[in-house]
Ligand binder design. Sequence first.
Ligand code: THU
Length: 144
Amino acid sequence: MIDAQTAKQLVLAAKEARKNAYAPYSRYFVGAAVLTADGRIFGGCNVENASYGASNCAERTAVFKAVSEGVTRIRAIAVMGGPSSCTDEMPDEATPCGICRQVLREFSDPAACDVIIAKSLTNYRITSLGQLLPESFGPENLQY
Ligand code: THU
């Protein structure tokens, strides 16, 4: 599991990224930050669309930013989400949706990918992608 200092750093990056959430329809603002295997941090926010299905979650924004910069191994992700009216403390946890879990699966080892679910800078818990997406299908399944 990542150390406490790195976890805090990721939560802070997720909180910062959340400020750019574009969510005029749900008014649910989400920020995420991925830590890549080479130690870099990429933030992302949810980006909604008037054609609702074209919206993108914060987690996928962060992952796609890393991958589009050529970084394809993800070590951890932090997520913080809640109503736009909340800034420092979220009323509930925002856990990654099923599609985001599968996208994370593509670029990580599920057992070793820490998922930090944060309500605030000091109130968060750490689980793993393997816990959130058990018995998953990934790139190895297509190596035949
Ligand atoms: N959303 C995320 O960005 N991440 C999550 O973990 C949960 C949901 C976004 C999608 C949509 O823009 C809004 O939150 C409401 O579902």
